[in-house]
Design a protein around this ligand. Structure first.
Ligand code: DSN
Length: 418
């Protein structure tokens, strides 16, 4: 992209954008499971003049004049999102997944009520009840984890905990869980203890929209997601429900409860993303994301690595890097960064290391699949990662690995030219 005006007005920011653009596009293998590359159309909408407009409220019920085009844009985003997930009521205004979660929780329960969510080290999210998040501070929060031998959610155990702590709300969904989640089973548990069920599908939204994962739409009272992960849209959040009463509450809790003016430039970009996600090509893309994750995690298993739960059903997997290579997640992340491979350290079930170090590495395939990487490319990358760990003190070898990574990335230029 040219960024001519920025170049003229602010050389410092221009140079940094160009450097980051080069990092993303030209020589870096992106394996962060929550990142992706948006289309040029999504990027243009986010950089458009829509950023100038205040539009507090909702279509046809705004607190500002001049919203005739903004209303049409937001209505398009709403209608496309309803179609994508086959759901009755949606809110496209959350600035982020965390704000979507805050509004969703508030629309179901009161301050001080009991919530039950997945623990952070088992793959849950900060906003599912972590003590330093609003969700762990405004509510009495309990957690469920995964079985320490299988790495899988043990639904009997979740039910047992739910019966003990009697939550008003159960939160399911995760940021680092490599297997399928049974929303049906969570609904049965919620019904048994008289709790609401919230599904945070931020990571697997794309898999659900294309039918590669069970949908929570007929099970959860409320569903939240981000739009920038597997959905491959702009950075932002969404909330969905099939219940009219909950829909009214979620809208009020989001605005004016948690937010003021919506980011209409981002909402336009969300509308474009939903349109792209309704295309048959997107389904093909998600299918490849899953095939790639499986191929890569299988290769790591062949190379002798310990993979949490023994593999993956979705777009990501977790390596127990402490057990596999006697490295912390942080050491592994930094070693890989030196050879232009980007991923993130991640806590693993019952992690003995602090979150700043961790014993795990999280690897995801959505971004490189957007570049056109197939199974053989991910297998090659698995070997380059293994070579990096095996040669961590051999600078000459590390230099060669970096060259190989750059070659691999360059052989798959981004489909969308900036
Ligand atoms: N920070 C996100 C992730 O990386 O999974 C979750 O919101």
């Amino acid at each position: 992209m040219s960024y001519n005006a920025i170049k003229k007005e602010d050389k410092e920011i221009y140079n940094l954008i160009k450097a980051e653009e080069k990092r993303q596009n030209k020589y870096n293998a992106e394996l962060i499971a929550s990142e992706n590359f948006v289309s040029k159309a999504v990027l243009q909408a986010q950089g458009s003049i829509l950023t100038n407009k205040y539009a507090e409220g909702y279509p046809s019920k705004r607190y500002y004049g001049g919203c005739q085009y903004i209303d049409q844009i937001e209505n398009l985003a709403i209608e496309r999102l309803k179609k994508l997930f086959n759901v009755k009521y949606v809110n496209v205004q959350p600035h982020s997944g965390s704000q979507a979660n805050m509004a969703a929780i508030r629309s179901l329960i009161n301050h001080g009520d009991v919530i039950l969510g997945m623990s952070l080290d088992s793959g849950g999210h900060l906003t599912h009840g972590y003590k330093l998040s609003f969700s762990g501070q405004d509510y009495i929060s309990y957690t469920y984890g995964v079985n320490k031998d299988t790495g899988l959610i043990d639904y009997d155990e979740v039910l047992k905990i739910a019966k003990e702590v009697k939550p008003k709300l159960i939160i399911c969904g995760a940021s680092a869980y490599p297997r399928k989640i049974s929303f049906k089973k969570f609904k049965e548990i919620a019904d048994e203890v008289g709790a609401y069920l919230m599904a945070d599908i931020a990571h697997i939204a794309g898999l659900i929209a294309t039918g590669f994962h069970e949908s929570p739409v007929n099970y959860a009272d409320i569903i939240t997601s981000t739009t920038h992960k597997t959905l491959r849209g702009p950075r932002g959040g969404i909330i969905m429900t099939n219940n009219e009463e909950i829909a009214k509450k979620m809208n009020k809790m989001l605005f004016p409860g948690c937010q003021g003016g919506p980011l209409e430039h981002v909402i336009a970009a969300k509308a474009i993303c939903f349109k792209e996600d309704l295309m048959p090509e997107y389904k093909t893309y998600i299918k490849q994301v899953i095939l790639n994750a499986k191929a890569m995690s299988d290769e790591f298993i062949k190379l002798g690595y310990n993979i949490i739960s023994g593999g993956t059903d979705n777009h990501l997997f977790l390596i127990d890097i402490k057990k596999s290579k006697n490295l912390t997640g942080l050491q592994a992340q930094e070693l890989l960064e030196n050879v232009n491979i980007t991923c993130n350290k991640n806590s693993i079930p019952n992690d003995q290391e602090k979150p700043a170090y961790t014993s795990g590495l999280r690897i995801g395939t959505p971004a490189l699949t957007t570049r056109g990487f197939k199974e053989k490319d991910f297998i090659k990358l698995a070997h380059l990662i293994d070579d990096t760990f095996n040669n961590k003190d051999n600078n000459e070898k590390l230099k060669d690995i970096k060259e190989e990574v750059i070659k691999l990335v360059k052989s798959h230029p981004l489909r969308y030219k900036y």
